[in-house]
Design a protein around this ligand. Sequence first.
Ligand code: MG
Length: 383
Amino acid sequence: MSAVRVAIAGSSGSIGTQTLEVIRAEAGAYEVVALAVGSSADTVIAQAREVRPEVVVVTDPDRRREVADALPGIDVTDDLTALIGPADVVVNGVVGFAGLPVTVATLAAGKRLALANKESLIAAGPVVQPLRATPGAELVPVDSEHCAVHQCLRSSVDQGREVARVVLTASGGPFRGRSAADLATVTVDEALAHPTWSMGPKISVDSSTLMNKGLEVIEAHELFGTPYDRIEVVVHPQSIVHSMVEFTDGSTIAQLSLPDMRLPIGYALGHPHRISTSFGRIDWAQLSRLDFEPPDTATFRCLTLAYEAGRTGGSAPAWLSAANEVAVDAFLLGRIRWNQIPDVCVGTLQVHDGAVPTTIEEVIAADADARSAAERVLEELPT
Ligand code: MG
């Protein structure tokens, strides 16, 4: 069998580097044909010298030249969609809304999309959904919860009729069990210290606010077509049960594994087969308990905000996701406090225009409008 040709968008980030670890472990099964980064020139040069891709994308024009000079014989471009051509599977590990062109172009090209970039699906659902019908196109989630649901759903032959509930698990993040008053003064380092998962800064902050789980509720609705009143969130601090599906007969199927993103990455690369490498096994003699509790939505307001935006539909999820990106950036830069992240999202959604985007240009415009609105909200926040 010839090697599966893989393109990695966001190759310098947490998902990108772990994708390369999976590919190294599955020696010979995969060939990296394209890498894409924003501005991480040194990292992508080192990666390209190892895997010798056909194409390297550097979207930052100031860094592209230096990468091109370091990699003679490799096509170095600033066009993000250039990485799709040579690939069978595209891993989208870009952070935030910037991942949208990769999602759209991969599905439109009729290829498999291993999607770690949830923001593109959340912001552009009405535009992305029809592209999933492109012949050959396939969307396999790399988000651990959705990878779990994807696996659980394989135990049903009539998902439209048989799924009663999708239950997404949440670790609860670093601030689980703490009160709103207690969280008013948390630092960036505290927000980035996730108890169970190793992830990049944006998603780590989102996990600390539960916005990540909220966005995952919208993502589950978009991926699996599950109505919002059948998607529930339960806090499970051990991060061993990665999500569950309850069926109409009362059976619940869950997926369990150690918390390691290399499993969902390998699942998406290998689908419908399983890869041969295991990145750790559960020690049942040591795992004495699995705990579950309801989320504290009074303290972690972002979860409720996401349900509201999802139910509103149209461009509301795009506005929420954009407002959150602006707020998280502001928090990471020390411009706002952690507990002001939901305030920025609430204030931005208050001026949401109710539009329903039908084209990629309208999605991009909605994102830009939401960012401007969020910036105005930021400037008016009490210090
Ligand atoms: Mg997740």
